[in-house]
Design a protein around this ligand. Structure first.
Ligand code: NAD
Length: 494
């Protein structure tokens, strides 16, 4: 990446953005728009359409019509594959533009965003482009006078609600498999990070995706998201975001057409350090990266550090050193390790969690404050709190910010008990040289993904899904296709 190119892109004005309905860029039906603030300097970056329930209904109606007339699902697989590959090509060709636009909108450091956003999104779309002509139905082992066939059909209209931390990556996790199966999709990006995802939708049209197959509506979750959740004409709702919103979506489904609801929610992931870890210095550096990159705004962030008591003090010192070496600042500078917090509200919430941790007896051994306030942006120091008990707020509640809670443990049983002491079950890690212990921890810690002697970095070949209140179903891999598929039995008497 070239800093000059990044600087040139950041200097460009960002045009106001509308919805995408039936292949057209349109304003909100009542003309309303909302300001988009950049977390880098707190200034207005541009505006987006502030959608109404009527806008959402129009997008759903367009998606329904596109599904029913089979303008996408009715095309031969080879033709649909070509469009999705073209889309991935365009995302790659516009990678830097998309990444810089996204960073101006959500504050993620550019060196992470370039890989995690356009890079990952293009890879995901390509993965499902390749998958779509390898999906076969089944013949059931019936008695000889019957032919039992199991067809795999698209479900219809998919509603996808996306959070702000990695809009393109997470958007692609939903769009790739949904479109590969032949569904139509209505997308609802986050209020505080929609720009790169909306641009990605425009690129889908450029790639030849027929109008109406992918519509996107910006606006407030409580307005347009609710209208989507309560719609009688959305068949599947897929969501990544907070548990509170996920709960609402299940209620909306129950109050409307009982649409299927798949949730990828938050976490409070334990990173468990045993004294026999192969390399404690390396573990400390990776642990710091595992919580502080993207200012902790990562669903699988290792936000709870569980350290075997005999190495607790040394390890805390090593993680603090590694965290201090990470540079917080302008996310569009290549040397920055930790960018901006997404919004003022999120920053205030993070600081509130630090106050609560102090009040509950935790020791803030690093950070704890807002910094770089003169920039007008939303920046926070990497923060480490020790002495966090299993029932403390910092153990039980997701911060979604750069705040690491540390708890000491004595035995393997203690480690498992504390690791499992939350309602979440998204991710975790164990660091040990003992092979049996590593496998026991993978088996006994209740999460969707466990890392051993590393943290994070899982690629598109493995699923991501939460256990417990971290969600249901999985994103990524062929497993994700099930969410966007109906099975149909044909029972034929011969
Ligand atoms: P959020 O729940 O506030 O918002 C997510 C989306 O839901 C946004 O698009 C928002 O507009 C919409 N929304 C809000 N209220 C709604 C309503 N009443 N009806 C319908 N839609 C509504 O979450 P966020 O703050 O954007 O994202 C952070 C959360 O996402 C964290 O909890 C994080 O852990 C989680 N997350 C999970 C994963 C995962 O894969 N499990 C990945 C990334 C983020």
């Amino acid at each position: 990446m070239d800093q000059n190119k990044i600087d040139a892109l950041r200097a460009q004005a960002v045009l106001p953005r509308g919805h995408v309905i039936e292949g057209q860029l349109v304003h909100a039906s009542d003309g309303a728009s909302m300001d988009i603030l950049s977390p880098i300097d707190g200034q207005v970056l541009t505006t987006t359409a502030k959608g109404t329930a009527a806008d959402m209904h129009a997008a759903i109606a367009s998606a329904r019509a596109a599904f029913e007339d089979k303008r996408w699902a009715g095309q031969p697989p080879a033709a649909r594959k070509k469009v999705l590959h073209k889309w991935a090509d365009l995302i790659e060709q516009h990678a830097l533009e998309l990444a810089v636009l996204g960073v101006r909108d959500n504050g993620t450091e550019i060196n992470m965003a370039i890989k995690a956003e356009p890079g990952s999104a293009a890879g995901t779309i390509r993965y499902y482009a390749e998958a779509l002509d390898k999906i076969y139905g089944e013949i059931a082992p019936t008695s000889p006078d019957i032919l039992g066939m199991i067809h795999k059909e698209p479900v219809g209209v998919v509603g996808a609600i996306i959070p702000w931390n990695f809009p393109m990556m997470i958007g692609a996790w939903k769009l790739g498999p949904a479109l590969a199966m032949g569904n139509s999709v209505v997308l609802k990006p986050s209020e505080t990070a929609s720009l790169s995802l909306m641009r990605m939708v425009e690129l889908a049209l450029d790639a030849g995706l027929p109008p109406g197959v992918l519509n996107a509506i910006t606006g407030e979750g409580a307005v347009v998201g609710e209208a989507m959740g309560l719609s009688m004409d959305v068949d599947v709702l897929v969501f990544t975001g907070s548990g509170g919103t996920g709960r609402r979506l299940m209620e909306y489904a129950a109050r409307s057409n009982m649409k299927r609801v798949y949730l990828e929610l938050g976490g409070k992931s334990p990173n468990v350090i045993f004294a026999d870890a192969p390399n404690l210095d390396e573990a400390a550096k990776v642990a710091a990266g595992g919580i502080f990159r993207n200012s902790g705004q990562v669903c699988v962030a290792g936000s709870r550090l569980l350290i075997e008591a005999s190495v607790h003090d040394d390890f805390v010192a090593a993680v603090s050193k590694a965290a201090q070496a990470m540079r917080v600042g302008d996310p569009l500078k290549l040397e920055t390790d930790i960018g901006a917090v997404n919004s003022e509200i999120q920053l205030q919430q993070n600081l509130g969690f630090v106050d609560t941790a102090r009040a509950e007896g935790g020791n803030v051994v690093l950070g704890g404050s807002r910094i770089l306030q003169d920039t007008g942006g939303y920046f926070m120091e990497p923060t480490i709190v020790t002495g966090v008990t299993p029932d403390a707020t910092l153990t039980q509640k997701e911060v979604f910010g750069p705040v690491l809670g540390v708890t000491a443990f004595e035995t393997d049983e203690d480690a498992v008990r504390i690791a499992n002491a939350t309602v979440y079950g998204l991710a975790g890690a164990v660091w040990t040289s003992n092979l049996s212990r590593a496998h026991r921890m993978v088996r006994d810690i209740k999460t969707g993904v466990m890392h051993v002697n590393t943290y994070g970095g899982a690629d598109g070949t493995v699923p991501l899904g939460g256990h417990g209140q971290s969600g249901n179903g999985s994103d990524k891999t062929l497993h994700a296709l099930e969410k966007y598929t109906n099975l149909k039995t044909a029972w034929i008497k011969l």
